[in-house]
Ligand binder design. Structure first.
Ligand code: SF4
Length: 163
């Protein structure tokens, strides 16, 4: 049975920067009961507290953070790049340890966002982009979906189970 890496905040765990969570999502509860979910909050795993200051990346470019080209900054100017990169490394360790090929991550997060991100101005403006952990997973060949693509993720998981 194929395992899936899932953002902890999508499992109702209160690890969001503001202390909140998301869900419940019925499908995720089923996957949890099946024992196939490997949960991770990259920001908390990387050493940040909850609650914490919101962070963004200029241009929403998580891959550029991995390459050392851009920092991750909070709205009050703290550099949290090291914690974000540490969280991405932990994600890579987990996928290697569990043979994971698919992830379901929270949309529009500077760590987890898979298609779109806030643009680094803390104005609510969005750009095409991805979070630091999502970028690291993609580079490792992991397919990254968001909670807005639950049906697509479920279909891909079923295909991987059959393969
Ligand atoms: Fe943690 Fe990712 Fe959820 Fe943010 S979006 S709280 S980093 S799991």
């Amino acid at each position: 049975m194929q395992k899936i890496l899932v953002s902890r905040c999508l499992l109702g765990q209160r690890v969001r920067y503001d202390g909140g969570a998301h869900g419940p999502f019925g499908l995720l509860e089923r996957w949890q009961a099946e024992g196939r979910i490997v949960p991770l909050c990259p920001e908390v795993a990387g050493g940040l507290p909850t609650p914490r200051a919101p962070a963004e990346i200029a241009g929403g470019r998580g891959a550029a953070v991995l390459d050392g080209e851009l920092p991750v900054l909070t709205d009050d100017g703290q550099d949290v790049t090291a914690e974000f990169v540490a969280g991405a490394r932990i994600a890579l360790e987990l996928v290697a340890a569990h043979g994971i090929r698919i992830a379901l991550l929270k949309s529009r997060s500077p760590s987890c966002g898979n298609r779109e991100n806030y643009d680094g101005t803390f104005s609510g403006a969005r750009v095409a982009g991805e979070g630091v952990t999502a970028a690291a997973l993609r580079r490792a060949g992991v397919e990254v979906f968001s909670e807005e693509e639950l049906a697509e993720a479920a279909a891909r998981l079923a295909e991987l189970d059959e393969a």
